[in-house]
Each structure stands twice: as C-alpha cells, then as structure tokens.
Design a protein around this ligand. Structure first.
Ligand code: BTN
Length: 237
C-alpha cells in the first residue's frame, strides 16, 4: 500500500474538493489530497461550473502548506499542468499539449482543467479535474476513454496520481523539477493567433513563447507583449 507523504481522503459526495480543503485548511496537513466520486458544486476558473459524471473521473484537490513551495507559488500554475501531462503520457495518450496558462489538451480538445485557490503565505489549494472514463462530453472536450476506447480503474488511477504528485512536488520543492522544459515545449498556443483583452482593450497577436516567469510572449503588430494570466482574458481566433 502506498504510504508516502500524501495524506489521502476519499469522499463519496461533496460540494467541491477545493472548497473542502479551503474550509478545513487549518486542521489538515500539507499534501492532503482529497478525491471525490461526485461533486455537487464543482467549479472552474471564471466561476464556470465543472460537471462530471459520478465515479467516472479524477476529481481532486491538493493542499499545500510547505513554505518552500509557497515561496514560488506563482510558478505552480505552469508546474501542475506538466504533472498532468506526465500522467496522461504514462497512459499512452499522444498529442498532449498545455494551453496557457494551465488547461491540458489532447489535439484540439480539453481533457483536464486546473484551478488554484490561495491564501498566502498560509496555503495553496490545487484543484484538478481529469476526464478519464467520461462519455458525456462537450464538443470541445475529450476523455482518456474517448482517446483510447478503454475504461480505466479509477482506484488504480488515484494511486498513480498520488505517487506522481508526491514525486513531482518533491522535485519542485527541491528546485530540481524539469517542469519548465515540459511547459515551454508543449505550448498549445505557440505560433497561433490569439485575441486578448488588456485593460479593456481588445488586441490580437501571435504567440511566440513562454518566459521563465510562465508568462505568455505575444507579438502584437511588431511589438513584444508579455501577458500574465491574471490580467488577460484570452480567446483563440
Ligand atoms: C477549469 O477548467 O476552469 C478548472 C476546472 C477544475 C475542476 C476541478 S474538479 C476538482 C476540483 N474541485 C472543484 O470544484 N474544481 C476542481
């Protein structure tokens, strides 16, 4: 049985695994990971609803209290999608990329969403939804089942995720993670034209890369712009 640094909680039904950790952050330990079979109020970025069929997918959140990780919390948004990238690759999924800042895509469809909630310097909550055995999908989404035509055992996948997060968080905390290489070289938006809103103004530009602060580099009318995820509302054209 796996018994390393992750403290595992399995819940049958909850409003949201992220809300659960936020509400219990003071009493729970660093690296508590909570999985739910079903969420009644799963949420994503921009207040979007995250819907998922019961017992079909990986819905989990991880509580981080480790000072070494919290001190570089601004890099977590790039680090987490690379952990999911590795998880999907270990399941033999091909054509995986990361749509900045932190959606994980297979070809042109979203397979995983990530949301971060933090109260620094106290804690960070990483919320992750991965479509595993999901059959009911939006046209813009996919699942491992859709890609491989094979259903996975969710209990085994939970364990794989715990081991992977434990190892990758250790490396990130110790400053020896390869995440930036993975993040930079699997950039879904690279060379694509995007439109974005900065301070109420709509602009367009071609994505030329990601810098070492995980910010997006865009060429807009010959000018290089650096976009931060918090400040920008992005849409691919
Ligand atoms: C997004 O794509 O905007 C992020 C979606 C994140 C969904 C996950 S599911 C587990 C965790 N609990 C939540 O309420 N949200 C995250």
């Amino acid at each position: 049985m796996y018994n390393d640094d992750m403290h595992i909680i399995n819940l049958d039904e909850i409003n949201s695994t992220s809300s659960y950790l936020i509400n219990n952050s003071s009493s729970l330990e660093d690296r508590t990971i909570v999985f739910a079979s079903y969420q009644t109020k799963g949420y994503g970025r921009y207040d979007r609803v995250w819907q998922s069929s019961k017992d079909s997918n990986l819905l989990f959140s991880v509580l981080i209290k480790d000072e070494k990780i919290l001190s570089k919390a601004e890099l977590i948004s790039g680090f987490i999608p690379t952990v999911i990238f590795k998880y999907l690759r270990s399941n033999n999924i091909s054509d995986i990329s990361i749509k900045w800042p932190n959606d994980v895509y297979v070809k042109d469809k979203k397979i995983c969403g990530i949301i971060l909630n933090s109260k620094l310097p106290e804690y960070l909550v990483i919320g992750v939804g991965i479509n595993v055995n999901e059959e009911i999908l939006l046209p813009t989404a996919t699942s491992i089942y859709k890609e491989k035509e094979k259903k996975l055992d969710i209990s085994k996948e939970k364990l794989d995720i715990c081991v992977l997060f434990d190892n990758e968080l250790d490396k990130f905390s110790n400053g020896c993670s390869d995440y930036f290489e993975v993040y930079k070289s699997n950039n879904y938006l690279l060379n694509k034209t995007i439109s974005f809103e900065v301070l109420g103004q709509i602009k367009t530009g071609i994505v030329t890369g990601i810098n070492c602060d995980n910010k997006l580099i865009v060429n807009s009318n010959g000018k290089e712009l650096i976009l931060s995820s918090g400040e920008v509302n992005l849409s691919k054209r």
